[in-house]
Design a protein around this ligand. Structure first.
Ligand code: TXA
Ligand code: MG
Length: 315
């Protein structure tokens, strides 16, 4: 069914057919996931991957995550190892991305992986996107559906904000429940977290029963290098603003009503704060505030991932 934004659709049988067909023709569509919304294209098609990089204005050196329906559908593309199989069993489908060695016979376009010998794969846990993956004959390269270095979208209207009518199909799957991107773990050598997320280092250690490597990785995850996850205005961490022109994003229990105060979670709940993070930053920017100050956020559990994104936004 169409709504007032003529390219935003709810999924029904016809839309499912149309979306799978469009992906098969090398087009790009936006899909919901439990973490953030993505910009999806056939990972085996050079034409589709070129379109993704162009739409996002993403540097070609920054590789994309390839999304699959299940383990079986990955077997020609990646080299399995015991850590991957254990984590898959425990957490998938779910908000975790694995860096694995690419299989020699893999059909994944080298542009998708920025010519690396490794590939990032993920099994998203969203009913709609799982349906689309199940009916597609190829995996989907799917970066977050935002212009490079900006905030990830957490609902269909955010995606519309970023790309307007440049996308023919945006599938509406409600608000992304987690609201922050997947945990990225490199399993091509000693297991090492490259990007923190809802699934924490502790969760992974408990599952694998090993300590994670803290060594600097030879492969750089470009998302970790430059300014990223930025609302487009300066972000200042750990202090209060001195001026009403500046927004204050607050995590904590004491509630004060002020026009420039925005609460990540009044209950002091990190899950709620993560789900609100990008939504609130987008809102603050739209309201015309010139800077965002952020109160201290505890660096435990999901707080590690929230602080990671804020730190990159503040560079
Ligand atoms: O939650 C998510 O992961 C979302 C949803 C849409 O699935 N996707 C997402 O994709 O966040 P993107 O492209 O915005 O971030 C992917 C990150 C980047 O930092 C990229 O550098 C890293 O994964 N990456 C991809 N392939 C890699 C590889 N072979 N080695 C190291 N890092 C890689
Ligand atoms: Mg991104």
């Amino acid at each position: 069914m169409k709504n007032i934004y003529s390219n935003i659709y709810s999924l029904d049988k016809n839309v499912l057919k149309k979306t799978v067909k469009s992906l098969g023709q090398g087009n790009i569509v936006s899909l919901p996931t439990e973490t953030v919304y993505g910009l999806a294209g056939n990972a085996y098609s050079k034409k589709a991957i070129q379109k993704i990089f162009k739409l996002k204005k993403r540097p070609l050196i920054n590789p994309l995550i390839v999304h699959y329906y299940n383990l079986n559908s990955t077997k020609n593309d990646v080299v399995f190892n015991k850590y991957f199989l254990k984590l898959y069993k425990y957490f998938c489908p779910g908000p975790i991305t694995f860096i694995l060695k690419k299989n020699r016979n893999s059909k994944i376009q080298s542009l998708t992986t920025a010519n690396l010998k490794t590939v990032a794969i993920r099994f998203p846990n969203h009913k709609i996107t799982r349906k689309i993956l199940k009916f597609s004959k190829f995996p989907l390269a799917m970066p977050s559906a935002n212009l490079s270095s900006g905030l990830s979208p957490v609902n269909a209207l955010d995606v519309y904000d970023e790309f307007n009518k440049k996308l023919k199909i945006i599938i509406n799957g409600g608000n992304s429940k987690i609201g922050i991107e997947s945990t990225v773990i490199d399993l091509s050598g000693d297991p090492k977290i490259l990007r923190p997320g809802l699934i924490s280092a502790k969760d992974i250690k408990n599952c694998l029963k090993i300590n994670l490597s803290k060594k600097k990785s030879a492969i750089k995850s470009p998302g970790m290098l430059n300014k990223h996850y930025s609302p487009g205005i300066p972000v200042i961490m750990g202090t209060k603003p001195s001026n009403q022109k500046y927004a204050y994003m607050i995590f904590g229990k004491r509630y004060v009503r002020k026009k420039n105060y925005f609460y990540l979670s009044k209950k002091g709940d990190l899950k709620e704060a993560a789900a609100n993070l990008y939504k609130i930053m987008r809102k603050i920017k739209k309201k015309g505030f010139k800077k965002i100050f952020v109160s201290k956020i505890p660096n435990i559990g999901l707080g590690v991932a929230i602080n990671d994104r804020l730190l990159r936004a503040s560079r």
